[in-house]
Design a protein around this ligand. Structure first.
Ligand SMILES: Nc1ncnc2c1ncn2[C@@H]1O[C@H](COP(=O)(O)OP(=O)(O)OP(=O)(O)O)[C@@H](O)[C@H]1O
Ligand SMILES: [Mg+2]
Length: 213
């Protein structure tokens, strides 16, 4: 369980998050919703340790921590809005690059990546390059790449926004499948219908802070 307490963030003189508190419960899916510009991506980047908060406390399983520590320990994985696949690497190499840089053997990393590709219905795309994939396939590769690092919490920023609307349901199914395998997930979305189809809990970020619902 990851708890955020009284997290605040401003950019220049603009208050983006004001004393925001929320709990990310184990093996549940939390949707973070709110209007454009409310600070959803900022909140996700703070949780991921990519943007520092100005103030606030973070508790990981009851112990004080910082997002930077969680990031260093590989607790958090992120699926970015634009997927951000490496265009010059095959699907398999996109997935194995980070684990091998972290010291995993090449053969072991490749086997784990092939298992993930199997689970995400991408087994036949292992040697393809990102340019040849559909949007939905790219997204599944991005999810496989994040899962390969065995995070305990997986964050998604607007997972449906780069996709054809008719792929919304398949993304929801995928997030629900990943949940059944025990993953804790946080999904940032402005799409309320999508949030309802994946979320156990919804947290609304309003201008100047948010309220749990
Ligand atoms: N690096 C930055 N420097 C200055 N201002 C920023 C920075 N990043 C975000 N902001 C501002 O913070 C506010 C919240 O931005 P954020 O991207 O978190 O919103 P969002 O809720 O994700 O919006 P959207 O739904 O459009 O993605 C906006 O006013 C934005 O302009
Ligand atoms: Mg955003």
């Amino acid at each position: 369980m990851l708890e955020l307490k009284n997290v605040s963030k401003r950019f220049n003189d603009q208050v983006i998050l004001d004393n925001l508190s929320l709990t990310i419960a184990d093996q549940k899916t939390l949707a973070i919703v709110g209007p454009s510009g409310a600070g959803k991506t900022t909140l996700l980047r703070i949780i991921a340790g990519l943007t520092p908060a100005d103030a606030g406390e973070f508790l990981w399983n009851g112990q004080p921590t910082t997002p930077a520590h969680l990031r260093k320990d590989g607790v958090i994985g992120v699926v970015f809005q634009g997927f951000e696949l490496f265009p010059n690497l095959t699907v398999l190499k996109n997935i194995t690059l980070a684990p091998t840089l972290q010291g995993q053997g090449a053969a072991e990393a490749a086997k784990a990546a092939r298992d993930l590709l199997d689970r995400l219905d991408l087994a036949d795309q292992a040697d393809a390059y990102p340019f040849s994939l559909s949007g939905g396939q790219k997204q599944r590769v991005a999810i496989a790449r994040a899962l390969a690092l065995n995070p305990q919490i997986l964050l998604y920023d607007e997972p449906t926004s780069a996709l054809d609307p008719n792929l919304r349901q398949s993304v929801a199914n995928l997030i629900n499948r990943v949940k059944e395998q025990g993953m804790t997930q946080v999904v940032v979305t402005h799409d309320m219908g999508f949030a309802e189809s994946v979320a156990d809990t919804t947290f609304t970020v309003a201008k100047f802070g948010g309220d749990a619902q």
